[in-house]
Design a protein around this ligand. Sequence first.
Ligand SMILES: [Zn+2]
Length: 104
Amino acid sequence: MAPHKSQSNRGDCGEMKQIIKKNIRVEVEPGVKLYRYNTDEEQIRDCEEMVSQIKRHVDNALYVSVEWDTLEVCSFCGYDWDTDKETGEPFCCQKAIEEWQNTK
Ligand SMILES: [Zn+2]
């Protein structure tokens, strides 16, 4: 099946594909369930109030963690890493394509 093939291609492109961290952030889950709000602004206001409390003394924070999303990008051009599903050949730039051809 195709997934096996694309995984082996992914391995071949290891030096070109780069994984970077995005949206590094702290997330806080309120210890009390927040009820329905009529508007987003009301909810945002409450969240901002919680941020103030956290800044004062980390009040009512049940869970806090540092989070980030990851994004696969080309180490040559920095664009999103995308390859041909069949061959594994990258699309983004000539340098990645040449490198991919050299590793074949
Ligand atoms: Zn590229």
